[in-house]
Design a protein around this ligand. Structure first.
Ligand code: GLN
Length: 551
């Protein structure tokens, strides 16, 4: 065994999921983090994903949902978004591992001769590598919350489960805790709850050698004491460790619901930690605000993946936060960009007080998004373009205001004579302090501008009004950029460049000067918005939407 034992300090909470996916394991992990922070404990998170992709960067959003981007440029699972929204934790590369990444590192070591001619096996080599990944946080925080992706019973997750089983033997009981998130369906025709799926899931977990300490039971209605007793008996978990995780209207109610169920007390008791009472006032105030909005606003989101809300998770949340910042409820109408191509924009966008075109890749639906932008520009409806949305706003402006009829991005038309958005082969990367060189054939992922970059704001612009301070850091994930060869021509016709890289070489934010609120940014502000600290641009966009049609 080459892995070191945990120091006395950091304790580990492992969260697994049973029965079926989508039970809200990530939200449960985030909420537990929030409760622990409210007691003054320092925490971190890690998501262990069983699939073989090295990271989710190249995965189709249909299959995997949003790719969440961290400051350090990691392309990660969307659960890291929940972790950052609910707590003060800043995540990065070390907070998300996939099987692919673990295997990649073991195979690389094998090729370098590190295993000295031994046979390389799942146990102990892969499991040791997993434990090493988990142990990185040792001594850094009071509690590390480790979420295992997938559902018990999946073949892929077995090495992770074996690793955490061993982990408990390595570090001992009061330094490790197992929480299992499960489902207790209420069968309406029978008028009763069914505990069998939970029993089976725990049985399967125990067959692997893991006895859960706490069960988080996702249900439609509260679980009565007798039912908890039944689950306790069959699953070998004490009754007060059977926690009801009832469906809620707003995901931000979850920490308070868990607290009411005594979850935080229970896990601190099991981990043998003494803290003061939790400070949950900010969460209470947040929920109160969400439950008592003063206004309502309808925003259209023009996207490619409109049927799968998971693909726009952070965006959705950031819009909700923008609403919270204005004491308003935000209603979203997801409009398919392809439908817009075929239909009249006025028909699909009727009644919307704001139009948002989010990030995206590929040509499909692009002309529909441009049509929505024309509609927003001409009718003076507040418009927010994010990443691809900003690039399309530039194309729309170039075509319809400046008269560059062939204007396009080289992503969609390599041969365009007016490449207002193009692929930069050389650019300065402040993080490495080097000129980055890339071409269209560079390794996928390798060509993206990823992670946080600085941006300097121009005074007296919408951007400068929204943010406090002149220099901001925002997260990027794109290949193409604004082409400065067209800068003067566009600016002369009324395009405002309100944010650039500090050396002015990269255009980061554009606006229109004859419009109440029209802003496109090359970065993804949605990744940095939190319910208690709504992102300035989302707050300003929702404020403008609320004012639309008023004057
Ligand atoms: N497809 C565009 C690019 O690569 C925009 C990417 C995005 O919206 N994240 O630059």
């Amino acid at each position: 065994m080459t892995v070191q034992k945990a120091s006395k300090r950091t304790k580990f909470i492992f969260i697994t999921g049973g029965v079926l996916s989508s039970l809200g394991k990530g939200l449960a992990a985030a909420s537990i983090g929030a409760l622990l922070e409210s007691r003054g404990l320092t925490i971190t998170f890690q998501k262990l994903d069983p699939y073989i992709n090295v990271d989710p960067g190249t995965m189709n959003p249909f299959q995997h949902g949003e790719v969440y981007v961290t400051d350090d440029g990691a392309e990660t699972d969307l659960d890291l978004g929940h972790y950052e929204r609910y707590t003060s934790v800043a995540t990065g590369q070390r907070n998300n591992y996939t099987s692919g990444r673990i295997y990649y590192s073991v195979i690389t070591k094998e090729r370098q001769g590190e295993y000295l001619g031994g046979t390389v096996q799942v146990i102990p080599h892969i499991t040791d590598e997993i434990k090493r990944a988990i142990h990185q946080f040792d001594g850094e925080v009071d509690i590390a919350i480790i979420e295992i992706g997938g559902t018990i019973g999946d073949i892929e997750s077995l090495p992770f489960l074996e690793a955490i089983r061993q982990f408990r033997s390595d570090v001992g009981r009061d330094h490790s805790l197992f929480i299992h998130v499960t489902w207790v369906p209420y069968i309406k025709t029978a008028g009763e709850f069914k505990t069998k799926p939970t029993q089976h899931s725990v049985k399967e977990l125990r067959a692997i050698g893991i006895q859960p300490d706490i069960l988080l039971c996702r249900t439609e209605r509260p679980l009565a004491r007798e039912l908890k007793e039944k689950i306790s008996l069959f699953c070998n978990v004490s009754t007060d460790a059977v926690i009801t995780a009832q469906d809620v209207h707003s995901i931000y109610e979850v920490p308070l619901c868990f607290h009411k169920e005594g979850l935080d007390d229970k896990l601190l008791e099991l981990l043998n930690i003494w803290t003061g009472t939790p400070h949950l006032e900010a969460w209470q105030e947040l929920v109160r605000q969400i439950q008592h909005p003063k206004a309502k606003v309808l925003i259209a989101v023009i996207g490619k993946y409109v049927d799968l809300k998971e693909s726009y998770k952070s965006l959705h949340e950031a819009l909700v936060h923008g609403g919270i910042g204005n004491s308003a409820t935000v209603e979203l109408r997801y409009v398919s960009a392809e439908d817009l191509e075929a239909k009249d924009a006025a028909e699909l966008l009727d009644g919307c007080q704001g139009i948002l075109v989010p990030g995206g890749f590929g040509k499909r639906g692009v002309e529909g998004k441009i049509k929505a932008i024309t509609f927003a520009r001409q009718r003076k409806i507040p418009f927010f373009g994010i990443c691809l949305g900003m690039q399309l706003a530039v194309i729309e402006f170039a075509r319809n205001v400046v008269g560059l009829s062939d204007a396009n991005s080289t992503e969609f038309d390599q041969a365009t004579s007016q490449p207002v958005i193009y692929f930069i082969k050389e650019w300065y990367d402040y993080r490495t302090d080097k000129i980055q060189i890339r071409d269209e054939n560079s390794n996928m992922g390798g060509t993206l501008r990823l992670g946080a970059y600085p941006c300097v704001l121009q005074p007296e612009t919408l951007a400068a009004q929204a943010y406090v301070g002149k220099e901001i850091f925002e997260r990027h994930r794109h290949r193409y950029e604004f082409n400065n060869a067209f800068l003067h021509e566009l600016v002369a016709k009324g395009l405002v460049v309100s944010g650039t890289s500090p050396d002015k070489s990269l255009v980061e934010i554009v606006e229109l000067n004859d419009h109440p609120w029209f802003l496109g940014c090359q970065f993804h502000p949605e990744f940095k918005s939190k319910p208690m600290a709504p992102h300035p641009l989302f707050r300003a966009f929702i404020e403008a939407a609320l004012n639309y049609g008023k004057s």
